[in-house]
Ligand binder design. Sequence first.
Ligand code: GFB
Length: 444
Amino acid sequence: MAAYTRIQKWLKSALIFTVFVNIYWCYGHEIVLDDDIFKASPSKNVVNVGIAKPRRFLLYDVNPGEGFNLRRDVYMRMSNLVKKLREKQEWILVLPPWGRIYHWKSPNLDQYRLPWSLFFNIESLNQHVPVIEFTDYLKEIGKPEIEEVYTLQRYAEGWTNGKFEEKYDERECIDRPAYNAKEGGRFKGWFWGYDDVYALNFKCLSVQGFASILAPMLWESTTARSVFLDRAEEILHDNYGGTEFWEARRSMRFAQHLIDIGNDFRKKHLKSTDEKDKTVMKENWQDQKPEKGTAKGGPYLAVHLRRQDFARNKRKEAPSIENAAQQINKIMKDRKLKTVFLATDAHKSEIDDLKNQVEGKVVQFKPSKTIHHQYKDGGVAIIDQWIAAHARYFIGTCVSTFSFRIQDERQILGFDPNTTYNCFCGDKDLDPKCEQPTKWDIMY
Ligand code: GFB
């Protein structure tokens, strides 16, 4: 027992001695806080102590009137802004919950506060830039707080001398501010339906230019840990159609549960499987680089016919149902296809009208009640896009971002662009030129 106590005493003294030596040693040496703890020390007397860079969070939202697929486009701009920001600081992109979208009108569905994981593969997004859901951001911050909110807006005076130049300036808000100071100087507004969330500061920022123009401001002019850019559609893609644009787009893979439903439908109703149609995708989007034209697609023509506001506003891109049916019949004849997969937001009466005039079988994806409740209007839209993307030939609605996203998906799958970049001609009096979409090659 006495020996045991002696050993304990000895260990205690050894510990005190070690701590003392360490303090003395550190006092006499320079301690460098370095990002890269594995880097060789420049001198013997320098100790590299790695510390985690403080994580900063970029949040954003889009004009409430915008639809699902424009929002996907703004995501790409923001993710590439975060990629730029990460050249200097540890920025993370916070995914704005989905909801309150004008086109999502199905009754009896709660369609707000929806996480991105309902629609997209978060792991894939993370391989482009680090992203987190808003609920995880709240957990990490530990309070329902965003430090700074900027509403992006144009310049009230327009372009100076008619010249486009990249710039940004804090300005008076042009529109009525969407965030208002409440008690305690906290700003309240719409934060995706999370009513307890508030901001500490709010400003309007006039901006003109590409996304990365905001990088110096976010690096240097603000030290806020979290910055929220509202109306983020005001800033443009840095390099539309370039490598980073496509990397962001390729990383936007759909959630597997939606892909599975789409694949099941293709197999059951359209005789379409990836093996037969040469559309097997690589597990990781970074490895998905098929030769152009290798994808064959299922034996059907896919149509995206945008109606609703397009038809109501008599846009030149919206053909009459009769005109659309004639164009569909011509493609089926030319391409020797007998089945049409129809993706549309048209009312039932228009769909019936179209079906009566199309000389072939018209197939639509109609979700079960369970699927609709689970995956909402956004999930159904993605399933429609997925099925349309796998067709042997596709025709969409000109300028609809819903059609654009199907076109990118087909490029990613490796289709011949001639089978992809097609859109309906409007009625002759409104659309005599009938311009077809630009073909975009993927830049790897
Ligand atoms: O996606 P999106 O921005 O495309 O908006 P546009 C259209 C929305 O309508 C989709 C529904 O997100 C869907 O909710 N929708 C349209 C469809 N077509 C289909 C379809 O084939 N299947 C299913 N399931 N749903 C822009 C809007 O729409 O058009 C703007 O973003 C504005 O707010 C503008 O209204 C005129 O680019 O076609």
